[in-house]
Each structure stands twice: as structure tokens, then as C-alpha cells.
Design a protein around this ligand. Structure first.
Ligand code: HPA
Length: 235
């Protein structure tokens, strides 16, 4: 037991996928894992453990935003000894290089969140980055699966609805996409010397105003999950 997870010790694998939506955790567990067992229902944050190609893997729903994911990531690492964490989520594309079906892999996670300031104070602008080994394995896995990816800097924002953010400038400086959790995952992975990575499916495009259909969202989501599973069992 931890404060927000009901699992007994040993019920969560060292390798965990982290979708924001708990129903996606259920979908991943039931679609890809052998003999998935539900270990958490507190707050509807479903968590399952099963096997992927013979390797124990867990899937934990994190909820939306940094405060929510930070609770689960802290407890998974500190209370359950999790070592490899891959967030699988959706993002808004904000760069011309990103097309609607691309899978985006976050090499770095720029953020407007106060988490960096709260840890390092006002003078250090710490750069939350992906684990290099997981990142390389994800790129390799995607190539093997014939899935097109874009790797680069993303931004983790505090507000989904934000009238002040300068998307044009961020795009000009190479920010590929926007989401709401990965900077916290990268900060916490660094703090506890474990491995973290964020992989995303584009759900909306800021420049072209496209929104993908439910069907495309599902197939894009499955592509991303396959990359994440192949990566996490090899890392
Ligand atoms: N903004 C923030 N987070 C997101 C978005 C977005 O447009 N799309 C998917 N996650």
C-alpha cells in the first residue's frame, strides 16, 4: 500500500507504462498483457500488472497534469521500487515538421510549471530530459515496427486553456508539441536515478487546426503503445 495505490508490495512490476487516462490503462492491459491483474482502483486510477513477451509490465493511469502524475510517479518509485517508466499520452502538435499520424518522442520537456523553480530556485533553469537508453531503444523499436516518429523538445504546460502562451515563439525554437505531464516524470526520474521517457500520439494540431478522428486516435494510440512496450522490455 502507498497513500494512493492499493497494491501490496511486489504487485507492481519494475517496468511501468503511464497513460493519463485510466481507461487507457485498462485498454492496454486487456489488449497487450498476458493475464493482467488489477491492483488499484483508488480514485478510479486503474493499475494493472501482466506480462508482455514474458516480461512483467505494469500499466498505471496517472490522471491529467503535473500534480496528478507526480503523486503516482513518486509512489511508484519510492514505495514500489519502479525503475523504468514510459508515459504514453496524447499531445497537441505545434510545429510544421509534425504531421497528424506521427508519434512524438520527448527528448526534452520544457515547462512553464513551477516544479523546476520549486526544486532549484529562481536562478537555475534545469532542463528535464529523457533517459538516453530508453530514447534510443524507442527510436529503434519504432523503426522495426515501421512507425514514423519525431524526436525533440516538447513543452509540458500547466494550463490546457491558456490565452497567454506564445505558441509561435515556442514553435520557432523547435518545440514540437504540447502536453501536461512529462517534465514532472523527467524531473522525478532524475531525482531518483531511474529511467523515464514520454511518447505521444498527436491528437490535435495547433497550426493546421486538424483534430484526428476517434478511429485514427485509436490506431495512433496502439502504435505508440507497441513502441513503448517493445522499448520497456529491452531497456
Ligand atoms: N494542450 C495541452 N495538452 C494536450 C493538448 C493540448 O492541446 N493536446 C493533448 N494534450
Amino acid at each position: 500500500m502507498s497513500l494512493h495505490l492499493a497494491a501490496p508490495q511486489g504487485a507492481i512490476a519494475e517496468r511501468v507504462l503511464l497513460p493519463g487516462d485510466p481507461l487507457r490503462a485498462k485498454h492496454i492491459a486487456e489488449t497487450y498483457l498476458k493475464e493482467p491483474k488489477l491492483y488499484n482502483e483508488i480514485r478510479g486510477a486503474f493499475g494493472y500488472t501482466g506480462e508482455y513477451k514474458g516480461v512483467p509490465v505494469s500499466v498505471q493511469g496517472t490522471g491529467m497534469g503535473i500534480p496528478s502524475i507526480a503523486i503516482y510517479v513518486n509512489e511508484l518509485i519510492r514505495d514500489y521500487g519502479v525503475k523504468k517508466l514510459i508515459r504514453v499520452g496524447t499531445c497537441g502538435a505545434m510545429h510544421n515538421d509534425i504531421k497528424m499520424r506521427d508519434v512524438v518522442i520527448a527528448q526534452g520537456a520544457t515547462t512553464d510549471s513551477s516544479i523546476v523553480r520549486n526544486v532549484f530556485g529562481p536562478t537555475i533553469n534545469y532542463a528535464p530530459i529523457a533517459d538516453f537508453n530508453l530514447l534510443c531503444k524507442a527510436v529503434e523499436s519504432a523503426k522495426k515496427l515501421n512507425i514514423s516518429t519525431k524526436v525533440g523538445n516538447i513543452i509540458t504546460v500547466d494550463r490546457f486553456y491558456d490565452d497567454e502562451i506564445d505558441n509561435e515563439k515556442l514553435s520557432q525554437y523547435g518545440i514540437l508539441a504540447v502536453e501536461m505531464e512529462t517534465a514532472a516524470l523527467y524531473m522525478l526520474a532524475a531525482k531518483y536515478a531511474v529511467q523515464g521517457l514520454g511518447i505521444f500520439t498527436v491528437s490535435d494540431h495547433f497550426l493546421t487546426r486538424e483534430v484526428i478522428s476517434a478511429e485514427e486516435r485509436q490506431s495512433g494510440f496502439n502504435d505508440m503503445v507497441e513502441i513503448a512496450l517493445e522499448t520497456i522490455i529491452k531497456a
